[in-house]
Design a protein around this ligand. Structure first.
Ligand SMILES: [Zn+2]
Length: 365
C-alpha cells in the first residue's frame, strides 16, 4: 500500500486553485473561507498506462469492484428504450457501492498515520467503513440516525464500530466534525453544512465504474444514478472525464440524478447548492435536505437532468426488479422509475442506451 506517485495535486472545482497532495476533509481552503464550501478534484501526471489512476496503490481490499453489468432487454422493451443495463453495485463485499470509496479512504487514513476514523452515515457507508476499518485495524466511530435499519446497525457493531444515534441527518455532522478537528479522527464522510462531500481520495474510488461500464457496453447515451450528496455521481463522472481526456472515448454519457424530492432542480435554478430543501422519504440512502456543487457540475458538464422519484414510484420499480430476480434497496429501484420519467419527458427514446446504477442490494430494506 502506497500513495500513487503520479498524484500531483488537487484542484478546486469552484475556484480552480491548486493544492499539494494532502488531506482536505473540508474541501478547498480558499472557498471555505469565502463561505462557499467546494470539493477538490485529484490531478495526476500524464501516463501511458491504460488504467484509471487512483490515489492509493494496492489499497486494503475486501474484493470490491468489478461488479456485474447486466443487460435487461425485457425492461428495455417495457420502458421503450434501445438498451437497458443494470450495474449491480450490491455485489460489492458489504452490499453497496460504498466499498469502492471505503477501500481508498481507509487506506489513505492508514497511510496518513490515523488510528481512528469518524463518519456520518444513513447506513450503507457506515457498514462499509466499519468493515474496511476492521480490515485495516482502525477504530471506527459512526454517527447514525435513530431510524437506521436494524440490520445495518447490527452489521456496524459486528465489525466493531462505535455508534452514536441522532434524530436527523444534519445533527450528526457537528459530532463528526468535533472528532475530526479535536480528537485526531480521520474524516470518513462529509461533516460540513453546507456539505463538500466525502474526502476527494475516497470519491476517486468510484472512477473505475466508468471503465467497467465501458468494457461491458461501450459508452451509453445515459446513466441514471441515485444521488444525495453526490459522491458516487461525481466519482463516476470523473471516471468518464478521465477516459475522454485520455482519448479512449469521444463523448461523455449524460448523467441523470435521481432524488426523492426537489433539491438539485431547485439548486440548479439558482446556481447555489448551499441552501437546504426539506422533504420526507423512505429512500433513506438518498434522503437529507442538502445537495452539493459537484452534483450540479455533473449535470452541467454531462448535460443530464435531476429526476424526482416518489416513494410510491420507487416501490413499484422495486417490485418490477424483484419479478426479474433482483433485490434492491428502495433508493436503488428509484433509478428504474426515473427511466420511465425520462422517457415520458422525451429525454431518452427508442435509440437510447441507458445504464442504471443499482447502488445496493435489498437485504436491508
Ligand atoms: Zn476553491
Amino acid at each position: 500500500m502506497q500513495m500513487n506517485p503520479r498524484l500531483s495535486g488537487l484542484r478546486c472545482i469552484r475556484c480552480d486553485s491548486l493544492w499539494p497532495p494532502a488531506d482536505y476533509p473540508e474541501g478547498c481552503p480558499s472557498c471555505l473561507e469565502a463561505g462557499h464550501p467546494a470539493s477538490l478534484e485529484c490531478c495526476y501526471e500524464p501516463s501511458a498506462a491504460p488504467s484509471i489512476p487512483l490515489p492509493v496503490l494496492d489499497p486494503v481490499t475486501l474484493g470490491e469492484g468489478a461488479t456485474p453489468c447486466l443487460a435487461a432487454p425485457a425492461l428495455a422493451q417495457a420502458e421503450g428504450v434501445g438498451q437497458l443495463w443494470l450495474k449491480c453495485e450490491g455485489a460489492n463485499p458489504t452490499g453497496s457501492h460504498k466499498d469502492r470509496m471505503a477501500a481508498q479512504l481507509v487506506s489513505r487514513a492508514r497511510l496518513a498515520g490515523a488510528t481512528r476514523l469518524a463518519a456520518a452515515s444513513s447506513g450503507n457507508a457506515g457498514v462499509s467503513l466499519a468493515a474496511y476499518c476492521a480490515a485495516a485495524r482502525l477504530d471506527a466511530d459512526i454517527a447514525i440516525m435513530r431510524d437506521c435499519p436494524p440490520l445495518q446497525r447490527e452489521a456496524m457493531q459486528r465489525f466493531g464500530a462505535r455508534l452514536r444515534a441522532f434524530e436527523d441527518s444534519l445533527s450528526r455532522w457537528p459530532y463528526v466534525a468535533d472528532l475530526c478537528r479535536n480528537h485526531g479522527a480521520f474524516a470518513g464522510t462529509n461533516y460540513l453544512n453546507p456539505p463538500v462531500g466525502t474526502h476527494a481520495y475516497g470519491v476517486e474510488g468510484y472512477k473505475p465504474i466508468a471503465q467497467e461500464i465501458l468494457d461491458a457496453c461501450g459508452v451509453p447515451t445515459d446513466i441514471v444514478v441515485p444521488v444525495a450528496r453526490g459522491d458516487l455521481f461525481w466519482g463516476i463522472f470523473l471516471g468518464w472525464q478521465h477516459l475522454l481526456q485520455a482519448g479512449l472515448i469521444d463523448r461523455l454519457p449524460r448523467m441523470h440524478a435521481v432524488e426523492p424530492y426537489a433539491r438539485l432542480s431547485r439548486a440548479r435554478a439558482t446556481g447555489d447548492a448551499r441552501k437546504t430543501w426539506e422533504g420526507v422519504t423512505d429512500q433513506y440512502s438518498i434522503a437529507g435536505s442538502t445537495c452539493t456543487l459537484q452534483s450540479l457540475e455533473v449535470l452541467s458538464r454531462s448535460g443530464g437532468s435531476p429526476v424526482e422519484i416518489s416513494d410510491a414510484a420507487a416501490a413499484q420499480a422495486q417490485q418490477r426488479l424483484e419479478r426479474v430476480g433482483l433485490a434492491t434497496e428502495l433508493s436503488s429501484a428509484a433509478a428504474l422509475a426515473a427511466v420511465s420519467r425520462l422517457r415520458r419527458s422525451g429525454l431518452v427514446d427508442a435509440e437510447s442506451s441507458v445504464v442504471l446504477l443499482l447502488t445496493s442490494d435489498g437485504r436491508r430494506g
